[in-house]
Design a binder for this molecule. Structure first.
Ligand code: HEC
Length: 107
């Protein structure tokens, strides 16, 4: 199980020396948060947009000026219609890494 391996490595200082690797692991965790809490409303990238669904994250990260600060601020605020939207701090951090990863992967 990849998650267990990552945790075991993270527990050994010096083994996970690369910040890029750590960000990658966080992005993977963020993806699970997105799947659990965000997919009821946000269409998948590449899926057709329908009027009752929120925009795909690929479009959201493509807007100029969306950087780490913007995503962090966004996740701190309440946004209609996401009023039931409460994530733990570590989940927010992982979601930010996932969004930044998605942004880096843009063609
Ligand atoms: C109840 C439905 C719903 C859920 C659940 C939801 N969203 Fe949204 N979200 C929306 C809608 C609708 C919009 C677009 C309307 C707007 O921009 O205010 C949006 C917009 C956004 C935006 C972009 C806002 C902008 O100004 O472009 C971000 C970022 C976002 N959501 C993140 C998330 C994340 C992360 C999650 C999961 C943790 C999530 N949303 C879950 C409905 C939802």
């Amino acid at each position: 199980m990849a998650g267990a391996v990552t945790l075991a490595l993270a527990a050994l200082p010096g083994v996970v020396a690369s910040p890029a690797l750590a960000a990658n692991a966080a992005a993977k965790r963020g993806e699970r948060v997105i799947e659990e809490w965000c997919r009821d409303c946000h269409v998948r990238d590449g899926s057709p947009q329908t009027p009752d669904m929120a925009p795909p994250f690929a479009a959201i990260v493509a807007v100029p000026g969306r950087d780490r600060d913007w995503f962090e601020d966004f996740l701190e605020a309440d946004h209609f219609p996401m009023t039931t939207f409460r994530l733990f701090e570590h989940e927010k951090a992982d979601v930010v890494e996932w969004l930044l990863d998605l942004q880096r992967k843009r063609p």
